[in-house]
Design a protein around this ligand. Structure first.
Ligand SMILES: [Zn+2]
Length: 344
């Protein structure tokens, strides 16, 4: 693995360790700002909480954008039960059966973190006939807190209330064989790629071709991440995970260029041009359609942005479950973005 790509994976691990279920960005955005400030780059935070980083280009006649989302899937406390366990509701479209047995933290209103485990309502095979066969749906899942709680009042005493965020442990591991396996590679691997592009451009003293805004969005998983973008932007690429599975062409070693998702086709000219750039650099790449997907470009278009849009990203296997991608897919994405920005 190239050291530059290893650094991206290590940065991704750092980002993954900061909980940021959609609707809770108060730790992750300050962390990302500290990185941007250390690079001495211009940035702003929108009222909604998206982070925008502005780079001057060689040519200011056009303003383009790249986005990645830092919000993840998660859970929220639905109610506190009489036995001191928590009923939950989902934040975004997580694969609920994969949550059975996962460790988590409840984040209270005063930012205490209380550890627990997500379990099916019949969690013991010595007691419940349906411990194996029961359908793991969200209404039948609970959180068992790692505190001495025997009733509702005990839970309230910890500061836990309905509506508290529950962050699921990402369990990030980088293997010697070049894989990064973790929850929420969608889309924190792309956030790490974009930060690394900014760092690379800064260190090599290169400007992008056009004025470019990097958007780190905070509500993508619920569909409105970049519903607003600055009106001067005329072209945007969402950098988000590539889909893998069924009859799709993508693998974890590729950068995926999306031709169409649930929101419809992406800009044909941009797709062709990204494809040409990938061919020119001999990057592992595929063009695919994503059967069930929407991106921040979809959100911007629905929000009324007058832009051409594309969607690219490293192939991520088992998305919204226990995800995995490979250094090769990350490298291909990194290189394709460099080509798009016209930096060497
Ligand atoms: Zn995503």
């Amino acid at each position: 693995m190239k050291s530059q790509i290893k650094d991206i994976l290590e940065l991704a691990k750092e980002i993954l360790e900061i909980p940021s279920p959609t609707g809770y960005s108060e730790k992750i955005i300050p962390f990302l700002i500290s990185k941007i400030e250390s690079m001495k780059l211009d940035y702003e935070v929108t009222p909604k909480g998206n982070l925008l980083i502005h780079l001057k280009g060689h040519d200011s006649s056009k303003h383009v954008a790249l986005s990645a989302h830092t919000d993840t899937l998660g859970l929220m406390v639905r109610s506190i039960q009489t036995d001191g366990t928590l009923k939950v509701t989902t934040l975004g479209g997580i694969i609920v059966p994969t949550l059975d047995g996962e460790y988590c933290h409840v984040i209270t209103r005063d930012n205490s973190m209380i550890s627990g485990t997500i379990l099916y309502q019949s969690p013991s095979s010595h007691v419940y006939k349906d411990a194996n066969s029961g359908v793991r749906e969200v209404e039948k899942m609970m959180v068992r807190l790692d505190e001495t709680v025997k009733n509702k009042d005990d839970v309230h005493c910890l500061g836990i209330q309905n509506g508290d965020i529950i962050a699921i442990d990402p369990k990030t591991i980088i293997t010697p064989s070049g894989f990064i396996k973790s929850r929420f590679l969608d889309d924190k691997i792309s956030v790490a790629i974009l930060l690394s592009i900014l760092d690379y451009a800064k260190c090599s003293q290169q400007k992008p071709k056009y004025d470019t805004t990097f958007i780190i969005s905070t509500y993508e998983e619920v569909g409105h991440g970049t519903a607003w973008i600055p009106s001067t932007i005329t072209e945007m690429i969402a950098v988000d995970m590539g889909c893998i599975g069924d009859d799709l062409a993508c693998t974890e070693y590729d950068v995926s260029i999306c031709a169409k998702d649930s929101s419809g086709p992406y800009d044909r000219e941009m797709i062709s041009s990204l494809k040409d750039m990938a061919v020119l650099k001999s990057l592992n790449h595929v063009i695919d359609i994503y059967p069930m997907y929407g991106s921040d470009v979809s959100a911007a278009l629905r929000g009324g942005a007058n832009i051409k849009g594309a969607l690219i990203g490293p192939g991520v296997m088992a998305s919204h479950g226990m995800e995995r991608t490979h250094a090769d897919g990350v490298e291909a994405t990194f290189e394709l973005i460099k080509s798009y920005l016209n930096i060497e």
